[in-house]
Write a protein that binds this ligand. Structure first.
Ligand code: FES
Ligand SMILES: [Fe+2]
Length: 439
């Protein structure tokens, strides 16, 4: 058993390295689901995914199939997707509208949108004198222990105790503030479909890659160079290449040494932020028209504050990666020790002109979608990492880059100046992992 092989899980994590079993051991994976994913706040979805009463969207939290549903009173509930009668899955579709109430497809027990039992066929004659009936909570659909949302982003925790959502998110709330503040109407709307990718690698490998500033100019260099070549040719012919070329060519023009100019900020609970951006504050007519709309909504000074927020990436441990300036969000759903689902979403800034949405869509398609070389090159490395870690070629994964140079400040760990490629974010994630796993 695991306890005999690895008597002390904390021995798996040292400040600058981690045992490979952390990524490959199925029993550690089960413990992670119990102690991390089924405890902490996990992102379910955005409230614009379920705009009308009865709308539901299914979502995986740890190993639990859940659904997020809007009630007639507008409130969102998160329920286990399971009928309390004989265990039938309540909603077999990924999303839909339940109508005025849920009705189980097996024996027609019905439930309110908040999961409360509504009726059982011939309840009086069938259950008189038994323990079953309206007063027994076991006859209602089970709810997530806690549900909270922040600026329209809905989270659930399957544990009744723990920090409130705002406390848990802490500084990482900036992901949602930055995204929503960039909308003249102060909120975003989900684009109602996402890409789903199953990666054949452990969930932590994806998360560790998100703030890995050393890899882009290596892994994505070929794509960046190809895009840059075409960009230059178009510029020569027409004077100006479309902005979308810049989204790709930046992988070549932001060279490996320049990534050190950025900075990472590392927070409690494993959250991390990479500041610095690829210089996306262009002066093209679309941006200027958008800035005008922003001035109207917020005034000049506040607009400048909003557009000056300089974030490349926010990682909300253990399941969310957000690129707020371009309204991109990726949710990580572990399926097994070597299988990970990512949902790749993007959002529309309410009140912003259409070209600004097209920019977000372009980034979504060119950088984050499964069709791009960017994503494909990342995926290949994730798979190769998992293959290597499953071998006997070594026991440790190294997170030693710039170790010893981190600066503790106001409860956060900052990388020292000119250490943007530090592996501090990976160290921070594993520190949180070890704390959760010891619980
Ligand atoms: S299993 Fe749902 S009503 Fe029987
Ligand atoms: Fe990458």
């Amino acid at each position: 058993m695991l306890q005999e092989r690895i008597p002390d899980l904390s021995k798996c994590v040292e400040p600058d390295r981690v045992r490979r079993e952390v990524y490959t051991d199925p029993e550690i994976f089960e413990l992670e689901m119990q102690r991390i994913h089924e405890q902490v706040w996990i992102y379910c979805g955005h409230d614009s995914q379920v705009p009308r009463p009865g709308d539901y969207y299914t979502v995986q939290i740890g190993r639990q199939p859940m659904l997020m549903v809007r009630g007639a009173d507008g409130r969102i509930s998160v329920l286990y997707n399971r009928c309390p009668h004989r265990g039938n899955m309540m909603c077999g579709d990924r999303h839909g509208n339940a109508g005025d109430f849920f009705r189980c497809s097996y024996h027609a027990w019905t439930f309110q949108h908040d999961g409360t039992l509504r009726s059982i066929p011939m309840m009086e004659s069938g259950y008189a004198g038994t323990r079953y009936g309206r007063d027994n909570p076991d006859c209602s659909m089970k709810r997530a222990a806690r549900v909270e949302s922040y600026r329209g982003f809905v989270f659930a925790s399957l544990a009744k105790d723990g920090p409130a959502l705002a406390e848990f998110l802490g500084a990482s709330r900036v992901a949602f503030d930055d995204m929503c503040d960039r909308a003249p109407a102060g909120e975003v709307e989900i684009v109602p479909n996402c890409f789903r990718v199953i990666q054949h690698s452990n969930w932590k490998i994806f998360l560790e890659n998100q703030l890995d500033a050393l890899h882009p100019s290596v892994v994505h260099q070929s794509t960046g160079r190809a895009a840059h070549e075409v960009e230059k040719q178009i510029e020569k012919r027409t004077g100006k290449a479309p902005l979308s070329y810049h989204m790709l060519s930046a992988f070549a023009t932001v060279t490996i040494d320049k990534w050190d100019n950025f900075q990472t900020l590392n927070y409690p609970y494993g959250h991390c932020i990479l500041t610095g951006y690829m210089g996306l504050r262009p002066k093209d007519p679309d941006t200027l028209a958008y800035e005008k709309v922003m001035h109207k909504a917020y005034g000049k000074q506040r607009t400048e504050e909003i557009l000056a927020v300089n974030i490349h990436h926010v990682l909300i441990y253990p399941g969310l990666s957000v690129q707020s300036p371009l309204q991109q969000l990726r949710a990580v759903r572990p399926l097994g020790v070597n299988r990970t689902l990512t949902e790749i979403w993007h959002f529309r800034l309410k009140g912003a002109p259409e070209p600004i949405y097209r920019r977000s869509l372009a980034y979504y398609n060119l950088v984050n979608s499964p069709a791009t070389l960017i994503n494909a090159d990342d995926l290949e490395n994730f798979w190769k990492c998992h293959q290597g870690l499953a071998s006997d070629g070594g026991d440790w994964v190294s997170f030693g880059r710039h170790h010893g140079h981190d600066v503790e400040k106001d409860g956060a760990v900052e990388t020292a100046p000119n250490c943007g490629t530090s592996e501090a974010p990976m160290r921070n994630q594993m520190k949180a992992w070890a704390q959760y796993m010891q619980a």
